[in-house]
Design a protein around this ligand. Structure first.
Ligand code: GAL
Length: 386
């Protein structure tokens, strides 16, 4: 009798084990086949995709997703920039570290630096993959405010670090005339201890921080890169203490700046720039500056990449469903990183940051729709098919 009971409980244990492993397998395959916004997204090894603040490119029949490889705790970069590959944008294989940090003391990308918002673009002329990213030097917080360049012959790397730099030292925006330059030269940032007053704002609009950083070069933090239909590439970055965006033209090999640039929304405090071109109009979707906490998105449009840019309300509408409250005026709890076109249809890629465990930050992808006037609208969806 005793032994029959024992066999019975053994059988029940085995059955329970079988059911639980098959449920796990089913959960994973469900996530692979439809990554759910607001939940962990697993790669083919079953690990959450550790590619944050990044972008996607298509090369041949394969998609590559680049992003910040973040440690479980701490805000600095240990490994480098991740790359994942996919044939269908849903099942992602970890291809390892595309650009690794350096073990050399004093190197710009020494382990412990901060690498953020990597963007990879393919140069058809040179047949090279070019990576630009925001770099902060080890031990200096966010004060270095540099952009860095790396290059590779293969989409999965290894990328070779080229250099990091401030931008446009001793160069004025191409559209500032002599009177505007003289007005900027009369500002003095060291005098303004109190920010956000009307008088301070007027000085920012004149180019107070542009002038302050003229010799050293302009700051470059949150950034994106955009390749236009004619193959010309542009770097768009949050500069001047995150107060003003700069749009800069890159050289034909995408490895340097031509020197042509201008300012967008001086004093507007825009971060996390994402850009899309739709029926001849450029749409720029940004966040405000509240660090890892979500805020209301901002949107601008222009007929030329050089502006003039017109501001619109945030494209986010409605409320997020699912497991947490994420209203549209908090960008559903996320901050944009890139707009990727899937089969010609734009998708807004964003990060739901988890500052305590940055590697666990969630991914949010939502299709961008257009209203009757052709203005972008972004609504919450748990999941959707491409
Ligand atoms: C955010 C920015 C992130 C990261 C963070 C650090 O505003 O978009 O990329 O820099 O601040 O606090």
């Amino acid at each position: 009798m005793k032994s029959i009971l024992w066999i019975k409980s053994l059988v029940m244990c085995c059955m329970a084990l079988l059911v639980s492993t098959s449920t796990q397998a089913q959960d994973k395959s469900m996530l692979w086949s439809r990554q759910v916004n607001g939940q962990l997204w697993l790669d083919t090894d079953g690990n959450h995709i550790n590619a944050h603040g990044g972008n996607i490119i298509r090369y041949g029949k394969t998609y590559y997703w680049y992003g910040e490889n973040r440690p479980y705790s701490g805000g600095s970069t240990e490994a480098g920039i991740s790359v994942y590959s996919s044939q269908d944008l849903m099942t992602w294989k970890n291809e390892g570290v595309a650009l690794a940090t350096s073990t050399e003391a004093g190197h710009d990308i020494q382990r412990g630096c901060i690498m953020e918002r990597p963007k990879v673009i393919y140069n058809k002329k040179t047949r090279k993959f070019v990576m630009l990213f925001h770099l902060e030097l080890k031990g200096r917080g966010y004060e270095a405010a540099r952009v860095a360049f790396a290059v590779s012959d293969s989409p999965t790397g290894p990328f070779r670090f080229i250099r990091s730099q401030r931008i446009h030292a001793n160069q004025w925006p191409f559209d500032m005339d002599e009177a505007a330059i003289r007005a900027a030269q009369q500002t003095d940032a060291s005098q303004w201890k109190e920010w956000w007053t009307d008088a301070w704002r007027r000085e920012v609009e004149k180019g107070m921080y542009l002038w302050r950083d003229m010799k050293e070069g302009q700051m470059s933090r949150d950034m994106t890169v955009y390749v236009d239909d004619d193959g010309k590439a542009y770097h768009i970055t949050s500069s001047q203490e995150n107060l003003t965006l700069l749009v800069s033209e890159l050289t034909d090999d995408y490895l340097d700046f031509t020197g042509k640039y201008n300012m967008v929304a001086p004093g507007g405090q825009n971060e996390a720039p994402c850009i899309l071109k739709h029926k001849g109009t450029y749409w720029l979707i940004c966040s405000g500056c509240t660090g890892w906490s979500p805020n209301e998105a901002r949107m601008f449009s222009a007929k030329s990449i050089w502006g003039p840019w017109q501001q619109h309300p945030s494209p986010f509408v409605g409320v997020a469903q699912g497991n947490h409250e994420m209203p549209a005026n908090k960008t559903f709890g996320a901050q944009g990183t890139y707009i990727y076109k899937m089969n010609g249809k734009p998708v807004f890629m964003a990060d739901i940051w988890n500052p305590r465990h940055l590697s666990q930050s969630l991914h949010l992808w939502l299709p961008i729709e257009f209203d009757a006037q052709g203005t972008p609208v972004i609504r919450w969806k748990d999941h959707w098919t491409h």
